[in-house]
Design a protein around this ligand. Structure first.
Ligand code: BT5
Length: 235
């Protein structure tokens, strides 16, 4: 694995994209700060000091499997560092959240971008960001772990867990299901042109969110362009 580190980059995902032909499988790019961090479908990702941001190049990857795998790895790594009071979980499909007394906050986002047959996986974790930062930037659902741990320790563990991973997708999915905080809860699914209400009942074997609708039927949520929320809160 090759690790490139920078003080500042616009976006670690964009840096890999710009150099994709030069980089080998598993190249990782880390920046202490990003000035133009990206979320899905053109959304902005705020990357203040105190956030761990890095990206990895996965050659010939499956974008769904990779998103779920990294969500599981990041969630399990962060659980090792947090006190029992702070429940770290996965919010379908690419967020890591913390639940403090029923109040969910997004502390990490994962962005998987497919470039030909390759995938760029970008991870941003709010390790130690002041809560006032999120209020000032209009992010009421964002939160921080308030962990003093050195960024490189968590980054290197996530990369190592990925490199040593050799489990089939079904095993990843069963871990994903146990960590996913949506299952068993009411959900509001926000499509580009409509909103659908339901209850999340399971994760399918393709990693989709499987929901019961209000009329006794079922539907699956699989698009990267939807947002899933709780009925009144973030989860
Ligand atoms: C994501 O998108 O959550 C993917 C974020 C990926 C960031 C990493 S950092 C390293 C790499 N380089 C990049 O340029 N990106 C990746 P999405 O699910 O679309 O969520 C985006 C939404 O999250 C925004 O619209 C905000 O509502 C919220 N948000 C923005 N910044 C946040 C932050 N720091 N913490 C929590 N929520 C945030």
């Amino acid at each position: 694995m090759q690790l490139l580190t920078f003080d500042t980059l616009p976006s670690t995902n964009d840096y890999i994209r710009e150099h994709i032909l030069e980089f080998a499988d598993n190249t990782a790019v880390f920046a202490d700060k990003q000035t133009n961090g990206k979320g899905r479908v053109g959304k902005k990702w705020e990357s203040p000091n105190g956030q761990l941001c890095f990206s990895m190049l996965v050659k010939n990857g499956d974008p769904i499997g990779i998103t779920h795998l990294f969500a599981v790895i990041v969630c399990e790594v962060l659980r090792k560092f947090c006190s029992k009071k702070v429940q770290v979980g996965i919010k379908w499909c690419n967020d890591i959240v913390i639940d403090i007394d029923g109040n969910y906050k997004k502390i990490c986002g994962i962005l998987c971008e497919k470039i030909g047959t390759d995938i760029i996986v970008g991870i941003g974790i709010n390790l130690n960001v002041a809560d006032s930062y999120f209020a000032e930037h209009g992010l009421p659902n964002a939160g921080s772990l308030h962990l003093e741990t050195d960024k490189s320790v968590i980054r290197d563990l996530v990369i190592a867990e990925y490199e040593y991973h050799n489990k089939p997708f079904v095993d990843v999915l069963s871990r994903y299901k146990t960590l996913c905080v949506n299952v068993g809860k009411p959900v509001k699914v926000i499509y580009p042109t409509r909103i659908v209400y339901g209850n999340a009942v399971d994760i399918t074997d393709k990693g989709e969110l499987y929901c019961a609708d209000e009329n006794g039927g079922y539907f699956t949520v699989n698009s990267g362009e939807v947002s899933v929320r709780g009925i009144t809160d973030y989860v």
